[in-house]
Design a binder for this molecule. Structure first.
Ligand code: SAH
Length: 361
């Protein structure tokens, strides 16, 4: 095992202590296991203990920037529901709903579509008790059912599924090219401090990775692919469509995109486990493959998607009601290529090839 980079992590959070002990007992852990613990440990995991969103939190997401984001997605979903022949009931499912803002904006936007509210059954996939509480408060006027994973969602009706910045939180594994071969980048101990290290892997695991240069990093995410595979099976058997929005390249490649965000800035991935959001860029090409023979639209840039759906017109209408400056700045943050417009991608998976989702042309 080769030591790569020592970070003086200090071992101060309860989760640091726990992870260090685990490594001492069982040896280094892959990056995905580290992410799982840092984000999802039942007592100390980052999402388990707090509401990380908004100005006072660590990061802001599209639905928290402007109501227009959820309104556009609400219109997208309602349009597909109509095109699908207004199935009643249908499941309106969101994974990783954060504060519940996106769902609230979507259903408010679809309120005037006759029959939509009566037919919808809201199902949320959320592991964080802290955020579930927020969602409950925001959606108190609606009947909502929560699940810890996709498996719990009923399989009895068509689904319209959305997820914004959900997949980036699912774990990845990293491989690093050292001395002419791919090894796995793992989290290990250097004395008391957590560090990254390289560990041999079975050749089968890395056989499909293109050859690299010294220190190149390549990422895979079996967890994200598995999620999209299960979702696609659901769509195939139940009918419906899914909209996935996240940051990342249209086609993945070489590069270390593992990141920690805290207090609206980047922080050290190995420092203060459980106190920062640890994510990585989503490889949409891999997700497209995982969707198998389902009809996939995109990935396209978020800016293009929202503009095509008419977010500019919506902004003009809202501006007339006041706070024109705030609305314009929200619009720019969502669509401008230098802000979220280009880095964020949108991909749709549709069961019925005759169903044309809006926004992709
Ligand atoms: N979609 C929201 C929140 C994004 S933050 C928004 O755009 O504002 C990520 C969300 O995913 C949080 O709600 C977090 O609790 C949830 N989450 C993270 N890992 C999860 C998992 N494995 N299963 C279900 N939800 C998860």
């Amino acid at each position: 095992m080769e030591r790569l980079l020592v970070r003086k992590a200090g071992g101060v959070t309860p989760l640091d202590t726990l992870i260090s002990r685990h490594i001492r007992l069982f040896g280094p852990m892959d990056v995905g296991s580290f992410m799982n613990l840092a984000l999802g440990h039942p007592q100390h995991g980052y999402y388990m203990t707090r509401d990380p969103l908004g100005g006072g939190g660590d990061f802001t997401t599209a639905p928290e920037i402007s109501q227009m984001f959820g309104e556009m997605l609400g219109a997208w979903v309602a349009d597909l529901w109509i095109k699908a022949g207004k199935p009643d009931p249908f499941l309106l499912v969101e994974a990783g709903p954060g504060r519940g803002t996106l769902m609230a904006d979507m259903i408010r936007a679809a309120k005037n579509v006759p029959g939509f509210h009566a037919a919808m059954r809201i199902h949320l996939i959320e592991t964080s008790p802290a955020l579930q509480e927020r969602q409950q408060a925001v959606l108190k006027d609606y009947e909502v059912i929560w699940h810890g994973s996709l498996e719990g969602v009923p399989d009895t009706a068509p689904l319209l599924f959305v997820a914004n910045e959900f997949l980036d939180a699912l774990p990845i594994r990293q491989f690093i090219h050292i001395n002419g071969k791919w090894t796995e980048r793992v989290v290990a101990l250097d004395g008391e401090a957590l560090c990254f290290a390289a560990q041999d892997v079975s050749p089968g695991l890395v056989k499909d990775i293109p050859s690299g240069k010294d220190r190149d990093v390549f990422e895979i995410s079996p967890a994200r692919e598995e999620f999209v595979r299960s979702l696609s099976v659901r769509l195939k058997t139940q009918g419906g469509a899914a909209l996935l929005i996240d940051y990342g390249p249209a086609a993945g490649g070489i590069g270390d995109t593992l990141q920690a965000v805290r207090g609206h800035g980047y922080s050290d991935v190995l420092k203060d486990a459980g106190e920062s959001d640890i994510t990585s860029h989503v490889d949409f090409a891999a997700l497209k493959k995982a969707a198998g023979d389902m009809r996939v639209f995109g990935p396209i840039e978020q800016g293009h998607f929202l503009n095509t759906l008419g977010i500019g017109i919506r902004a003009e209408v809202l501006k007339r009601k006041g706070n024109a400056e705030g609305i314009e700045s929200g619009l720019q943050r969502l669509v401008h290529p230098d802000q979220m417009g280009r880095l964020f991608k949108v991909m749709a998976i549709v069961q019925d090839p005759a169903l044309m989702p809006e926004g992709f042309f």
